[in-house]
Design a protein around this ligand. Sequence first.
Ligand code: HPA
Length: 236
Amino acid sequence: MSTPHIEAEPGAFAELVLLPGDPLRAEHIATNYLSDVVRVNTVRNMYGFTGTYKGQPVSVMGSGMGMPSLLIYTTELVQQYGVKRVVRVGTCGSVSNKLGVGDLFLANAAGTDSNVNRIRFQGYDLGACASFELLYRVYHHALKNAIPVQVGSVFSTDIFYTADASLLETLQRFNFLGIEMESAALYALAMQEGFEALTVLTASDHLLHDESVSAEVRKNAPERTVRLVLDSLLFD
Ligand code: HPA
């Protein structure tokens, strides 16, 4: 069996999949944090890997950038490969003084300027939210281990180079913490398909201060995020 976008055999993915946007980040995570790694997808260079973390099976695959790309891969992972838990690990732009560059952010809810969730939900407004269980477990583990995390709303935009000059002010007024391009669609798909989803982000830049993450933080952020997610969901 293969799907239009994934060539893997049935059973090739673990029930828990980490989903960075960048397939090379997927490769980096698989190579550096997993053991017994097998590359299970190369179609369109959207690499997917399955291995083990401290003996437990885990997969990691790129989602690509933006909601349409993420929806293709996640739908196929869930419907064809029996994936049960999807954790997006990525970066966002901070739109809040509460979220500094380099800070970790768990998105409990996602707004969007995209029409994808309205198309899915017959024109109604969907309260796109994270899996409470995943959010609770990651948050609880972070607190217990004194890992600072922020929890709040993320805005998923279809347009990175937006012409909407007032968007930032609106997001601030509604107390959003960050902006990225995937989570609202992931959460809506999870609600419809009945799988568990969570987004764990590192702020890579600050839209209020015109500041970007240092090379040091950029290098260490994946390590911190991957260990937080895997230790909390597999061992806590
Ligand atoms: N906009 C959208 N997505 C992003 C940004 C941003 O400013 N920063 C990181 N991902």
